[in-house]
Design a protein around this ligand. Structure first.
Ligand code: NDP
Length: 237
């Protein structure tokens, strides 16, 4: 089976590192994000035969169009990674409804839409593998991140349910739950203070997560799993 992958949120951070490692391992890829120029730059750096797409995962019409373009240019997608995500941190009492909606739509609805769009071909091909990027705070909770945590906790319930729904079709669905990773999302955090609480003593790198994503994408007898990649943070949360 040719390895055709889609990385939503592949234009920066964790998704970009995932795309780089997948390309090294011989996948033909679509890199999708809202910023087409950033996605194009990643696709170009990966080498030939990769595709860049403009797609807001919170918009069903964008997701449908992205899958049509992928099918036309790359063939059916059998490996899907959902790394698109945003955070709007703050105490619940101070969180605007529009920030609740945008987090839920990007982090949770977005993955539901891409999974749904990918399934048709995966079912036809009798196989596929999906990795959704959650977060350790979706499992443990975190003050100041009620809505973000809910979106990531919801992603676990969604992914495990979908794993049950499609296992007979040989489609696997797994989740990675990262801790603090060096990306744009964490650049304003108080790293020196926060890393004192991490048993391994450092923030992770996007490549740390990418290796775990490849493991879940390619390990044939694992589904419905949540793999925590956090330097041991969940041990002390
Ligand atoms: P970045 O902010 O570095 O990157 C976010 C990526 O998501 C970008 O490629 C961005 O591209 C894309 N994106 C955001 N909104 C949308 C949207 N509506 N539609 C399509 N793409 C979108 O974040 P990270 O790399 O750190 O985060 C990747 C994932 O990992 C997220 O789901 C995040 O919640 C999760 N995570 C991150 C942690 C960390 O410490 N960094 C910890 C735990 C989980 P563009 O702007 O072009 O749309």
């Amino acid at each position: 089976m040719e390895k055709v992958g889609a990385v939503f949120g592949g234009s920066r951070g964790i998704g970009k590192a995932v795309a780089q490692l997948m390309a090294q391992k011989g996948y033909r890829l679509a890199i999708a994000g809202r910023n087409l120029e950033a996605a194009k730059a990643v696709a170009r750096d990966l080498g030939e035969n990769h595709l860049a797409l403009k797609c807001d995962v919170a918009k069903e019409e964008d997701v449908q169009k992205a899958f049509e373009e992928m099918e036309t240019n790359l063939g059916p997608v059998n490996f899907l990674v959902n790394a698109a995500g945003i955070n709007r941190d703050g105490l619940l009492l101070r969180t605007k409804t529009e920030d609740m909606v945008s987090q839920l739509h990007t982090n949770l609805l977005g993955s539901m839409l891409t999974c749904k769009a990918a399934l048709r071909n995966m079912i036809q091909q009798q196989g596929g593998s999906i990795v959704n990027i959650g977060s350790v705070v979706g499992l443990k909770g975190n003050s100041g991140q009620c809505v973000y945590s809910a979106s990531k906790g919801g992603l676990v319930g969604f992914s495990r349910s979908l794993a049950k729904e499609v296992a007979r079709k040989k489609i696997r669905v797994n989740v990675i739950a990262p801790g603090f990773i060096h990306t744009d999302m964490t650049k304003d955090m108080k790293e020196e203070q926060l890393k004192k609480n991490i048993p391994l003593g450092r923030f992770g790198e996007p490549s740390d997560v990418a290796h775990a994503v490849i493991f879940l994408l390619e390990t044939p007898y694992v589904t419905g799993h949540v793999l925590i990649v956090d330097g041991g943070l969940q041990l002390v949360m």
